[in-house]
Design a protein around this ligand. Structure first.
Ligand SMILES: *Cc1c(COP(=O)(O)O)cnc(C)c1O
Length: 360
């Protein structure tokens, strides 16, 4: 068996150590005689798993006591509706459009009220983050919404927008736990875990307690109400039990690696290797302005479709997988999440150097 270097944007690479541990526990989880997959979510063994996962996440992010951690389902896309249903009391919200995910979230919010696109980088194919220091924030906005790391376009908010006192809601799917955050800067942050944390099927929300309310928009289903999750320890119904267990293992792995400050250092070192090479290459070039480059998703192009197809094909032949860019933008994209080892990025750059020599 040979593991490849998997540069997929999501579902994506997980730490090999975590996968090995899960494999070892597959048939008999810690003497229970069963797999976590087969276990009642009401059992003591499972309660211990979800409790530890929540505590480890709180430790890693420094989640204050007045924030709840919710384990949900439905993908990040379901939050595009849950956020307005739960938080849009005035039926007004402001959205900063930095890519497809923010655009989709904004479009979904228009089903529930007025969603204003108050800034956008669509004019340059979302290759930068707009200046968000003095935006026309709506006076009665319930929240300001961002997609913090743009998985498809490879941009990242290095500085959070000035919301002029309004709540900030952030989709952190593709930068979750990639670096330290100050949770108190947000009313809510959430992410699908399949980018940087675990298997698809789990969405984690971190939300300030006073935003968890009864008076959600009329007609909001029980299962789309944050209060349902908060009041029931994320187990009103059957949670995505196995997925949460894997997330918990990844949290332990991150702690062992030294926590988010240490992970950030590793992520910066990895990204620098790739960006430095792109900046010096005469064949490849990055597509994002330097100051807004993501540490997690690195899009790049050659500018010749046939050559790009050849590159992606030959790279996969060399065990460098899933480098094709998103179908909406083309070119290439290397997703180098927490679990991508430094050696993977080195191997990619080595391969690109060889390819450049042969095809210049
Ligand atoms: C992948 C992604 C989504 C969509 O996630 P699903 O879980 O497939 O709904 C939303 N936002 C961001 C930033 C993403 O990277």
């Amino acid at each position: 068996m040979a593991r490849v270097y998997n540069f997929s944007a999501g579902p994506a690479v997980l730490p090999e150590e975590v996968l090995r541990e899960a494999a070892a526990e597959m048939l008999d989880y810690q003497g229970t005689g069963m797999s976590v997959m087969e276990m009642s979510h009401r059992s003591d063994a499972y309660q211990a798993i979800i409790d530890a996962a929540e505590q480890d996440l709180r430790d890693l992010m420094g989640v204050p006591d007045n924030y709840k951690v919710l384990f949900m389902q439905g993908g990040a896309s379901q939050q595009f509706a849950m956020v307005p249903m739960n938080l849009m009391q005035n039926r007004v919200a402001d959205y900063i459009i930095t890519g497809m995910w923010a655009k989709k979230a904004c479009a979904e919010a228009t089903k529930f009220g007025t969603a204003n696109a108050i800034a956008s980088s669509a004019d340059k194919t979302f290759s930068y983050i707009p200046d968000c220091s003095d935006l026309p924030i709506s006076e009665n906005a319930d929240y300001v919404y961002i997609c913090e790391n743009n998985t498809i376009y490879g941009t990242k908010f290095k500085k959070l927008p000035n919301t002029k006192g309004k709540l900030l809601v952030s989709d952190v799917s593709s930068c979750f736990l990639s670096e330290p955050v100050n949770v108190e800067d947000y009313g809510m942050l959430y992410g699908g875990v399949q980018k940087n944390i675990g298997p698809a099927g789990v969405v984690i929300g971190v939300i300030r307690e006073d935003l968890i309310r009864e008076d959600v928009l009329p007609g909001t289903p029980t299962m789309l109400t944050y209060k349902t999750f908060a009041d029931n320890g994320s187990m009103y119904n059957t949670p995505p039990a196995y997925g949460i267990y894997i997330c918990g293992k990844v949290f332990k792995w991150l702690k062992k690696m030294g926590g988010l400050e240490a992970i950030k250092g590793r992520n910066e070192a990895k990204a620098k290797i790739l960006y430095d090479y792109l900046d010096g290459s005469s064949l490849f070039r990055g597509t994002v302005v330097k100051e807004d480059r993501s540490l997690m998703n690195v899009p790049f192009v050659i500018g010749d479709k046939d050559m790009e197809a050849k590159f992606v094909k030959e790279a996969s032949g060399a065990g460098l997988m899933n480098l094709k860019g998103h179908r909406s933008v083309g070119g290439m994209r290397a997703s180098i999440y927490n679990a991508m080892p430094l050696e993977g990025v080195q191997a990619l750059v080595g391969f690109m150097e060889e390819f450049e020599k042969k095809n210049r």
